[in-house]
Design a binder for this molecule. Structure first.
Ligand SMILES: O=C(O)c1cc(C(=O)O)c2c(n1)C(=O)C(=O)c1cc(C(=O)O)[nH]c1-2
Length: 264
């Protein structure tokens, strides 16, 4: 006689929602000391430059990640919804060539790096980013290819917590840094409109499609993975540009920092 293993019960919709939020509550990167320094006005210009330069790689990789997710979707209706995320970052044209509201997030991020005095070609070249930034961000693109569509969507749910950090950043920058103005803050202000729409859809998708206890656990793990790759980027920035200040060879060196030379 064969006995079937007992199936564990999935969490209720409310309990599953709570479990997803608990991941952000416990380990979203708003808790990272680098963000506390950044938002609290405690960083020198060169350190803010290093953050913006590294974060640019995340910005340019988000549309690659979303197109990778779309390549796994069979449903045109789902693809139409998801496409908006790509357009939010790529925009419908560059600065000056389309109306202001249609300029994308990548262009807006470049306004921030312009305002910080970084050369656009250098920023776009990605030559100065930290090794850990490259590995962490690439891991996100690989994750959405290697895991189920449901896990890929779940991994985007850190955006549930992003509007709060964007609000904190806008207020902190306005209060503490001379470079804060409508142009350098435009990326974050625009995300406050876009992110809630994305996460409403993403959260409903995950809640509707994670039907078994195992699928729910996979979604929670996917969200944890995402918080970890965001955290790892800030650990690397802190190590290189705050303490102990060990800038890896080849990475961006701010004018106001002298790098430690690595010797053989
Ligand atoms: O500044 C931030 O802390 C932050 C975090 C995140 C996030 O949680 O992944 C995103 C963003 N910003 C963001 O601007 C953005 O466009 C974005 C897209 C995604 C995603 O996973 O698809 N996350 C985020």
């Amino acid at each position: 006689m064969t006995t079937s293993l007992p199936q564990d019960e999935p969490l209720s919709r409310d309990a599953f929602t709570e479990a997803l939020f608990a991941v952000g509550e416990r380990q979203y990167h708003d808790l990272h000391p680098f963000h506390k320094l950044l938002h609290g006005g405690k960083l020198a210009k060169g350190q803010v430059q290093a953050w913006a330069l590294n974060r640019f790689y995340y910005q340019v990789s988000i549309p690659r990640k979303d197109l990778t997710i779309m390549s796994r979707m069979d449903d045109p209706a789902l693809r139409r919804v998801w496409l908006q995320r790509v357009l939010d970052h790529d925009g419908l044209g560059p600065d000056g060539q389309v109306e202001e509201g249609r300029v994308g997030g990548i262009e807006r991020w470049l306004r921030l790096t312009d305002g910080l005095g970084l050369d656009r070609d250098y920023v776009r070249s990605l030559e100065g980013i930290l090794p850990a930034t490259r590995f962490a961000v690439d891991a996100y693109v690989h994750f959405v290819l290697d895991h189920t569509l449901l896990e890929a969507v779940a991994s985007s749910l850190t955006e549930l917590f992003a509007p709060a950090i964007h609000r904190e950043r806008i207020a902190g920058f306005e209060q503490n840094y001379a470079f804060a103005n409508d142009s350098t803050l435009s990326y974050f202000r625009k995300r406050l409109e876009e992110a809630p729409r994305d996460v409403d859809f993403g959260l409903a998708y995950v809640l509707d499609n994670a039907r078994t206890a195992e699928q729910q656990r996979q979604c929670i793990r996917a969200l944890r993975f995402k918080t970890e790759l965001l955290w790892a980027q800030l650990d690397a920035l802190h190590h290189a540009y705050v303490s102990p200040g060990l800038i890896p060879p080849g990475a961006f060196v701010p004018d106001d920092m002298t790098p430690t030379r690595y010797t053989r």
